[in-house]
Ligand binder design. Structure first.
Ligand SMILES: *[C@@H]1O[C@H](CO)[C@@H](O)[C@H](O)[C@H]1NC(C)=O
Ligand SMILES: *[C@@H]1O[C@H](CO)[C@@H](O)[C@H](O)[C@H]1NC(C)=O
Ligand SMILES: *[C@@H]1O[C@H](CO)[C@@H](O)[C@H](O)[C@H]1NC(C)=O
Ligand SMILES: *[C@@H]1O[C@H](CO)[C@@H](O)[C@H](O)[C@H]1NC(C)=O
Ligand SMILES: *[C@@H]1O[C@H](CO)[C@@H](O)[C@H](O)[C@H]1NC(C)=O
Ligand SMILES: *[C@@H]1O[C@H](CO)[C@@H](O)[C@H](O)[C@H]1NC(C)=O
Length: 651
């Protein structure tokens, strides 16, 4: 009954519209907070390279913004300790290009806190190490990790410089003795972890040699497009980036060459990770019924045929098969949209290319479909690499804001962009907004905040819950950005001295949205730099989160070695790093149901999801980045203060 009343209240609140009337009570506090965040982000960029020395220092690449790889240990005291202290500095182009993009966006809005051109150029220079140097032509296809040349394999390999050596080190260190030492101190969990890490070291090592991926390339393209729009203010940085990317449109070629096309007859295109098929199947069933074709963006820039060729050289898709992650899809849709609107890509590259056009449209349709279906209740599979739910909402809202802004500025959108706008806006204003209104929390000062799973499931020695809210700053900032992206638009005000952009709430904005954003901003102003909460947040994770997220737990119809040789019967060889297991082609619902009801490799199919802190989630790896958290916080405040300016007479 209580739940029903609450839901009714939400519906009422969502349907009553507000005349926005914001009082800029915190203008100076917000400015101070933005100054401090900006300072903290800028100074965190690595200015001097440092070398890897085991147990002493990490390799830190010049120009990179800091990012750490951690495990989602949770529960007892020593688990919490492992989560926060056992961390590996991770150099990746993803974090650096995202942070720089967000800094540029905040600057474009407020006209102040301009990132120095030296900082931006330093970041761009670091990108060179990530280009896939195994391709003998000019391109913009990037790997998540820096590439190093292997003399023995005569091949450029991408792997994490700071984690891999520890796996090697395990061969030299008496791991068993170290583990029992920890056990003798009462740290049973640390012992468990060391034993696990040791037992799986060979397998884990194989999983760390990855091909380039569409996600990294998309995020890099979005950065280039953002920089292009600001090229008059950052001429040196723009020239540097443009000079380094003479054939940017190869990113579109990769979307096409590696696309998932379930109804095609080509096994390189119609084979997919069984986890993807599980959450995607209802969409495919509907498409099949409608007689619609489907082409979607995958994660890895590698086909099964290429994998046969390159896996022995040190480049294998994780788990040996490609997948469709909705987070990767959302980043790609933003990358394409921003590249078209900024003029980085000519629109004909997408509108005039049937397959590329289809991929862009089908991807947008899929995002809306899944948002409206609550990701079929399986965010652990649908968001293969993005465990923080509001981050996905935010990624979609960025495209909505980009299109709304272009629509207002030009007075129209091209038919292609208008179709994407019409597809995404209803889900953003409907499903995303409803979810965010339902998941908001209030602290004792009645400020609004959001959180996800980090630091939400620890317990004291007496068994009482301890909530450290380690991703509250991250999630709250993302939620503010999302709501503002969905419900505001830029307004053009002619004032001779101003460079700032102003935002205005849409006339149809529910009052609850305006109120929530205001209260979440108050929470951020009070807490983002207070030291009470950690600036953590899982910006990214491995596909494996718990044993129930392994591909062979889900129905598939083809099992083979990486070299392509089919394995029959399946019981002949247990799944490992030499095998790939997949769904090939389309499986009609009645056949799929039979597979669902049967065990897969001796185990039942996991039907539901109980959160990332449910049992057995100990060894889920994720990435977090303080400058990333602070950049989304800075952008949230920048967006909000742009609305304030608009409604402050005489400001
Ligand atoms: C790559 O582009 C550069 C600059 O546009 C050009 O000089 C070079 O010849 C190109 N290389 C290849 C392999 O096409
Ligand atoms: C895509 O495939 C075409 C045709 O095989 C090839 O010429 C092109 O180099 C490929 N591009 C990329 C980026 O994979
Ligand atoms: C199938 O067609 C119906 C009716 O036109 C439409 O509402 C639905 O979105 C389509 N489904 C897919 C997955 O395209
Ligand atoms: C995918 O795009 C193509 C081309 O625009 C379209 O014909 C097809 O219906 C789309 N499929 C879905 C499921 O939306
Ligand atoms: C959406 O899915 C999540 C995760 O499975 C679940 O916890 C939540 O209750 C679902 N929400 C709705 C409105 O069904
Ligand atoms: C493929 O790989 C498996 C396992 O490594 C091996 O047993 C088999 O002989 C290989 N087949 C071919 C044709 O190379």
């Amino acid at each position: 009954m209580k739940g029903l009343v609450f839901r009714l209240w939400i519906v009422l609140a969502l349907t009553s519209t507000a005349t926005p009337n914001m009082v800029p009570a915190h203008k100076s506090q917000i400015d101070t907070c933005m100054d401090r965040l900006f300072e903290s982000i800028q100074t965190s960029q690595v200015q001097q390279e440092t070398q890897f020395i085991p147990l002493w220092s990490f390799y830190k690449q010049r120009g990179a913004y800091p990012c750490y790889m951690k495990g989602n240990f949770h529960g007892t005291f020593d688990q919490a300790l492992l989560r926060n202290k056992l961390r590996f500095f991770d150099n990746n182009v993803f974090t650096t290009s995202y942070v720089m993009t967000l800094l540029l966006e905040a600057f474009a809005l407020t006209g102040s806190r301009k990132p120095s051109e030296e900082h931006v150029v330093l970041g761009i220079d670091s990108f060179l190490d990530y280009l896939d140097k195994n391709r003998p032509y000019n391109h913009s296809i990037l790997s998540f990790w820096p590439l190093k040349y292997s003399q023995t394999k005569q091949f450029w390999q991408a792997n994490p410089a700071n984690t891999l050596p520890y796996l090697d080190l395990m061969e030299l260190v008496p791991v068993k003795q170290v583990a029992s030492f920890f056990q003798s101190l009462g740290f049973k969990d640390i012992e468990d972890f060391l034993e696990y890490f040791y037992a799986d070291r060979k397998e884990n090592k194989k999983l760390l040699f990855l091909p380039p991926d569409q996600d990294t390339s998309s995020v890099h393209i979005a950065f280039g497009a953002t920089l292009r729009s600001l090229r008059e203010t950052f001429p040196k940085a723009w020239l540097r980036w443009e000079g380094r990317n003479p054939r940017k449109s190869t990113v579109l070629e990769a979307y096409k060459n590696y696309s998932y096309r379930p109804f095609s007859g080509d096994t390189d295109s119609n084979s997919i990770d069984p986890r993807t098929y599980f959450y995607l199947r209802e969409f495919l069933d509907e498409a099949k019924e409608n007689g619609s074709d489907v082409a979607l963006i995958t994660t890895w820039a590698q086909t099964l045929t290429e994998q046969q060729q390159y896996s022995s050289k040190g480049s294998t898709m994780a788990r040996g098969i490609n997948n469709v992650c909705l987070g990767v899809t959302a980043n790609a849709v933003l990358g394409i949209t921003r590249a078209l609107i900024s003029g980085l890509f000519e629109e004909s590259l997408v509108a005039g290319d049937p397959l590329m056009r289809q991929i862009y449209l089908n991807s947008s349709t899929l995002l809306a479909y899944q948002l409206d279906k609550n990701l079929t209740g399986r965010p652990d599979l649908a968001l293969m690499y993005y465990p923080t739910r509001v981050q996905f909402d935010w990624m979609v809202s960025r495209t909505v804001a980009e299109l709304e802004s272009a629509r207002r500025r030009q007075g129209y959108l091209s038919p292609l962009l208008q179709t994407v706008y019409d597809t995404l806006v209803p889900s953003a204003r409907g499903s995303i907004t409803r979810r965010l209104m339902n998941s908001v929390q209030r602290d004792s000062a009645a400020h609004a905040y959001y959180e996800d799973f980090l630091g939400a499931a620890d317990v004291s020695p007496f068994g009482s819950p301890i909530k450290t809210g380690e991703d509250r700053i991250f999630c709250t900032a993302l939620a503010v950005n999302t709501l503002v992206n969905i419900w505001t638009h830029p307004v053009h005000i002619v004032r001779s001295t101003e460079t700032a952009t102003h935002l205005a709430w849409d006339i149809a904005t529910p009052s609850l949205v305006v109120e929530t954003v205001g209260k979440a901003i108050e929470w951020l102003v009070h807490n983002s730099l207070s030291g009470h909460f950690k600036p953590y947040g899982a910006i990214f994770s491995a596909s494996y989160k718990w044993s129930r997220t392994l591909p062979y737990r889900y129905p598939g119809n083809r099992y083979q070695f990486l070299n392509g040789t089919e394995i029959t019967p399946w019981s002949r060889y247990p799944p490992d790093h030499l095998t790939s297991y997949m769904v090939r082609g389309y499986i009609p619902p009645s056949e799929y149901q039979v597979l669902l009801d049967n065990d897969q490799f001796g185990q039942p199919v996991p039907r539901d999801f109980h959160g990332f802190n449910a049992d057995h989630t100990k060894y889920m790896w994720y990435w977090d980045s303080e400058p990333f958290t602070y950049s989304v916080s800075l952008l949230a405040l920048a967006k909000y203060s742009s609305i304030l300016d608009e409604h402050t007479p005489g400001n």
